[in-house]
Design a protein. Structure first.
Length: 72
């Protein structure tokens, strides 16, 4: 994740994502934890470990593939 906001890092910091890339597929809500932070210029890059189950992983892969196919 990239942001211009510097989040204070802690073990309790959770990130809530709503993936809604393809209008014909149901959005996926996932939680994750920030694992690391880096800086590029004035932007901050955050490495996020998503807390997902196997079925959510498959839904996310399907959504990304569909999005890529429809947006060539």
């Amino acid at each position: 994740m990239r942001s211009d906001y510097l989040f204070p890092l802690s073990d309790d910091l959770q990130v809530h994502f709503l993936f809604d890339l393809v209008p014909t597929l149901q959005p996926i809500e996932l939680m994750g934890h920030v694992r690391h932070r880096g800086q590029t210029g004035s932007l901050y890059d955050y490495g996020i470990m998503l807390d997902v189950k196997a079925d959510e992983t498959q839904q996310l892969v399907t959504m990304i593939k569909t999005y890529a196919r429809e947006n060539k």
